[in-house]
Design a protein around this ligand. Structure first.
Ligand code: 0PR
Length: 388
């Protein structure tokens, strides 16, 4: 066989393509967002322009700004837009998503405050990646019981006084319910007690500033003085392909804490937790911002919120259900008598995918950009059928 990677002949061969397609098709029958049945996951189909840009830059490594300086320039443009969105911040890194961002933020905090007690404080609604971070770094994670509410700032203050932590992590858009912890109030505490405050906005980061601006929610997300870092995922509501996370810092001094000397590289250092990173992710976020600007995310925030409210109303009309009112576009519901795991099994058997909200013993629907009202109508009909 000729060198198929360098020459076109084999790639033009029809038999060759038939064989390739046969192999791929065997596994191509995955559920797809466009079918409207993936209603519980925080994933969506990326925008075609983002996919195009990703493929165009698929050979690039975002960790090598010497060979691929264009990627670094794009990244600087993205950071500039996010600084506008969050009214502050100074630097940022590309991550694989919310998990890596949370681990990196906690590592930075630990390096900034090496002499504090080896403790991180977080409400019990925090994402599991913070447990992971403390497992890796051998820190103690103290969780504040919240009973399914945003954390109370004065209770958090008591914990900070008691434990003298090196970091506090709060969430702007919790995983199970879409709650927003009081970023402003807690940032004031973080400033007063001089503690590192990381805001996990992996899910809510591209929703909250817009819903706040439209008066839909009362809590904003921005770089208030005491906020040290904010994470936001573009592979959630940003229509970029997975993996596309960004971790923003309020100071370059912070991002430099996770740059490691690597003399053998042309750049001389590696920044962040990972090594080689997809430059395609940077290109995909960048092209969407260039073509549509932040308006794209405003439209998505309003659309998904409206469909979440529609879902809330439709499900609330089923008297057997208890439905929690959405804050962000997440609708959580349970049956008054049927156990939520049993309900989930019945829903899964109809080909629909929801996630769980175990803390509420309920099921979670996340209205992502691909979800349309017609999908919700079909889903509500199925729910009506299976609870009768
Ligand atoms: N922070 C918050 C608030 C999140 O909701 C998530 C993801 C993360 C961090 C982590 O983001 P990455 O998964 O991009 O690292 N929560 C998702 C969800 O609940 C993602 C998810 C889904 C993760 C399924 C694992 C999994 O098996 O849908």
């Amino acid at each position: 066989m000729k060198n198929m990677f360098c020459h076109g002949e084999v790639l033009l061969d029809r038999k060759f393509w038939e064989a390739v397609l046969e192999l791929l098709k065997k596994y191509s029958n995955t559920p797809h967002h466009k079918d409207g049945k993936i209603l519980g996951s925080m994933t969506t189909t990326p925008h075609p322009l983002a996919v195009y840009a990703y493929l165009m830059f698929i050979h690039t490594n975002a960790s090598d700004p010497v060979i691929f300086k264009e990627i670094e320039n794009m990244m600087n443009d993205i950071i500039y837009e996010l600084i506008k969105l969050y009214h502050g911040g100074e630097s940022g890194i590309l991550t694989s998503g919310g998990t890596e961002s949370n681990i990196a933020a906690i590592l930075v905090a630990k390096k900034i405050f090496p002499n504090r007690s080896n403790t991180v404080i977080a409400p019990d609604t925090v994402h599991v990646s913070v447990d992971k971070a403390c497992d890796i770094m051998n820190c103690k994670l103290v969780k504040i019981p919240t009973n399914g509410n945003p954390v109370n700032a004065s209770i958090l203050e008591e914990y900070v006084r008691k434990y003298n932590p090196f970091a506090v992590v709060i969430t702007a858009g919790t995983t199970e319910r879409g709650l927003i912890d009081p970023v402003k109030g807690i940032s004031e505490l973080a400033e007063e007690y001089n503690v590192y405050l990381h805001v996990d906005a992996a899910y809510g980061g591209l929703l909250i500033p817009f819903l706040y601006r439209h008066g839909i929610i009362g809590e904003n997300l921005k770089f208030y003085n005491g906020v040290s870092s904010i994470s936001v995922d573009f592979h959630k509501n940003g229509l970029a392909p997975i993996p596309s996370g960004i971790l923003l810092f309020n100071s370059k001094r912070y991002s430099e804490k996770i740059c490691y000397k690597a003399e053998y590289t042309l750049y001389g250092k590696y920044c962040g937790l990972l090594g080689t990173r997809p430059g395609g992710s940077v290109a995909s976020i960048w092209i969407l911002l260039k073509i549509y600007g932040l308006d794209l995310y405003e439209k998505i925030a309003l659309k998904t919120y409206n469909i979440a409210m529609y879902t809330y109303r439709r499900l609330s009309a089923l008297k057997e259900l208890k439905v929690f009112k959405p804050i962000l576009p997440i609708v959580v519901f349970k049956h008054k008598y049927i156990d939520y795991i049993e309900l989930l099994q019945r829903i899964l058997s109809k080909g629909y995918f929801l996630y769980k909200s175990p803390s509420l013993e309920a099921l979670r629907i996340v209205i992502m950009p691909h979800v349309e009202k017609s999908h919700i109508d079909d889903f509500v009909n199925i729910v009506r059928e299976i609870i009768q």
